[in-house]
Design a protein around this ligand. Structure first.
Ligand SMILES: Nc1nc2c(c(=O)[nH]1)N[C@H]1C(S)=C(S)[C@@H](COP(=O)(O)OP(=O)(O)OC[C@H]3O[C@@H](n4cnc5c(N)ncnc54)[C@H](O)[C@@H]3O)O[C@H]1N2
Ligand code: MOO
Length: 394
């Protein structure tokens, strides 16, 4: 197995094939799920001033024991312009600026108001500064609030808006062409007779990319014919060309020869992983070519480990790889061989429960899985209850 490339090495070589695509600036509404093309620096303080966190009265903590006089009001967007002197209080609302001179908020539930008069009716604030959000408590102008290459979440979109931005620099959408290869294939939904079968890989891969900033071009089904496949490669204009099937060693496995015939180059072929061994990668013009195995589960697993990280990388991700978590195993697992194994499993209350049959053609088991257990090369047997690494897939 010395000719099989380790998964991590293949991933690194794949990402080295092309840099991130060009930068564009998009409105916040279109930025979620994309990666920042530069660090985001706060353009303002948040809060912009000391603000009240409660509805109540702004006063001086030292005055709490005595009757107070209410001298005005501070509301969000309309602060009190004067200053609070000894013996005075200002009616205040959540989000309103704390007036000069005041240092503490008395919540209204603990206050007795009579005309302009104010007295403590409950325990009152326990410390100076109670219920005040200090200026810049969240972030200060000039602070880096989101790093470059960060995957923009809904919370980060809110953060960027609060920091003064209506748009952010990200990478343009990556154009991904998906080509299915095989004489036996018909498009999903078309009648399949005799030895024909629906091309399930193309819609599955498009669905697997649906949360990424991509434009998917359907390259259709290409016959197992060198000239047809070479012509299909030549016709495509994309950043990433993904093929499924025809990656192995059979007489009809033509992706590699067609890539070379079209003027492309091969970077690597055959990985020490199961499923997914025949994976290949190379370049064709400005495009990265990724040849996934035809077996549906192999296509899914290699797309998870290679295609999605490639798109994240081209989109400017600082960390393009899927999250690895760990959980206890529900059942023992045998020793692993020379290929890194990605076992389909359900994450149950008893732990990670691997399917007893791990055939790479079995889509029903894949669809019933929410985890891929990662078994390292030559891992020893493991017992029920032992922690195992897994990739969440649902
Ligand atoms: N002698 C050897 N044979 C095989 C080896 C090997 O090392 N030596 N590797 C095996 C491994 S591992 C895999 S994985 C498969 C993958 O081979 P290919 O990438 O060439 O895939 P195909 O032969 O074209 O197809 C395999 C299987 O998947 C079905 N298929 C293909 N495309 C689709 C699609 N779009 N939608 C649904 N199903 C698809 C196809 O009908 C086949 O059943 O090779 C092993 N063989
Ligand atoms: O390694 Mo292949 O990818 O059996 O399934």
């Amino acid at each position: 197995m010395a000719d099989l490339l380790p998964v991590a090495e293949a991933q690194a070589r794949l990402l080295a094939l092309a840099p991130a695509v060009a930068v564009e600036t998009v409105p916040l509404a279109q930025a979620v799920g994309r990666w920042t093309a530069a660090p985001v620096i706060a353009a303002r303080d948040q809060p912009f001033a000391d603000l009240s966190a409660m509805d109540g009265y702004a006063l001086r903590f030292a005055d709490l024991g005595q009757p107070l006089k209410v001298v005005g009001e501070s509301a969000a967007g309309k602060g009190f312009l004067g200053s609070v002197a000894a013996g005075e209080a200002v009616r205040i609302f959540t989000g309103a600026p704390v007036p000069d001179g005041a240092d503490t908020i008395l919540v209204q539930e603990e206050a007795a108001r009579d005309g302009d008069g104010l007295a403590l009716s409950g325990k009152g604030p326990l410390r100076i500064g109670a219920h005040i959000r200090p200026r810049a408590q969240d972030f200060a102008a000039g602070a880096e609030i989101i790093s470059g290459g960060a995957h923009l979440t809904p919370a980060m979109i809110g953060l960027a808006a609060a920091a003064g931005y209506g748009a952010l620099p990200v990478r343009r959408a990556v154009r991904v062409a998906i080509l299915s290869t095989g004489d036996e294939l018909v498009p999903a939904g078309a009648p399949a007779s005799g030895a024909q079968l629906p091309s399930s890989n193309a819609p599955m891969l498009a669905a697997l990319l649906a949360d990424l900033p991509v434009t998917v071009l359907d390259g259709g089904i290409v016959r197992d014919d060198l000239a047809a496949m070479t012509a299909a490669f030549t016709a495509l204009d994309a950043d990433v060309i993904v093929t499924t099937g025809g990656a192995s060693v059979g007489d009809h496995d033509l992706v590699r020869p067609a890539l070379l015939a079209a003027g492309g180059s091969l970077d690597f072929w055959k990985i020490a992983m199961r499923p997914g061994k025949p994976l290949l990668a190379g370049r064709l013009g400005g495009a990265v070519v990724l040849g996934l195995p035809g077996n549906p589960v192999s296509a899914f697993v290699t797309a998870t480990l290679f295609l999605r990280p490639l798109i994240a990388h081209l989109s400017g991700a600082a960390d393009p790889f899927p999250r690895r978590l760990s959980a206890p195993l529900a059942h023992p697992l045998p020793a692993n061989g020379p290929r890194e194994d990605y076992m389909r499993a359900r994450l149950t209350s008893a732990g990670l429960d691997a399917w007893p049959v791990q055939d790479s053609g079995m889509l029903a088991a894949l669809a019933g899985s929410d985890a891929l257990i990662v078994r390292p090369v030559h891992a020893p047997p493991v017992a029920a209850g032992d922690l195992a690494e897994y990739l969440p897939i649902a």
